[in-house]
Design a protein around this ligand. Structure first.
Ligand code: AMP
Length: 187
């Protein structure tokens, strides 16, 4: 099972992804976490990514496509994975589709976590107080929401044609949303 969590920053992809990964015994691949770890460790990847992350822009595909390919190629992801935070644009979606197709897999479920914009901003602000992320400033939050609308939201139509996009109203409690996802995924 390869499950893609799609949704704007603050929609709860990380939280629901963790619950889902644990329940299904699948790895959760989170490009944001991988990038933040690379920045912290001061690797070349981290150095390339940081200026974009600090501005709330997407890290260029030249930097990110290799990372995605490597993560999907790991033995832990052979039987399935929860994809959190990628693909984020058309080129990444193509890379994911192709990498999975090469081994006879495909994205089995696309879960679109839907939350109204004002609630997203409220959630990111409250998370900023807890996690202290450098990209949770008001200006960067605005940019990230715009980038989502421009580059990532079109993926809904891209995947919608295949008929496996499931809209999840993501404004209830964490448990309610997890229950709805369980119903959709069937386990
Ligand atoms: P996130 O934790 O998913 O909100 O990601 C934080 C930041 O990391 C984003 O604003 C981007 O700068 C960068 N990032 C994370 N995932 C990707 C991705 N798949 N493609 C490009 N940039 C990404």
């Amino acid at each position: 099972m390869f499950i893609l969590l799609l949704g704007a920053p603050g929609a709860g992809k990380g939280t629901q992804g963790t619950i889902l990964a644990e329940r299904l015994g699948l790895p959760k691949i989170t490009t944001g976490d991988l990038l933040r770890a690379a920045v912290k460790a001061g690797t070349p990847l981290g150095r390339d990514a940081k200026p974009f992350m600090d501005k709330g822009q997407l890290v260029p595909d030249a930097v990110i496509l290799g990372l995605i390919k490597d993560e999907l190629a790991k033995p832990a992801a052979a039987q399935g994975a929860i994809l959190d935070g990628f693909p984020r644009n058309a080129a990444q979606a193509e890379m994911v589709d192709r990498t999975l197709a090469e081994r006879g897999n495909r994205l089995t479920h696309i879960l679109l976590l839907e939350v109204a914009d004002d609630e997203l901003v409220r959630r990111i602000h409250s998370r900023a107080g807890i996690e202290g992320r450098s990209d949770d400033t008001p200006e960067t939050i605005r940019t990230r929401l715009q980038v989502y609308q421009r580059d990532t939201a079109p993926l809904i139509a891209h995947y919608g044609q295949r008929g496996n996009v499931h809209r999840v109203p993501a404004t209830g409690s964490i448990e309610e949303i997890a229950t709805e996802i369980k119903r959709i995924v069937g386990r």
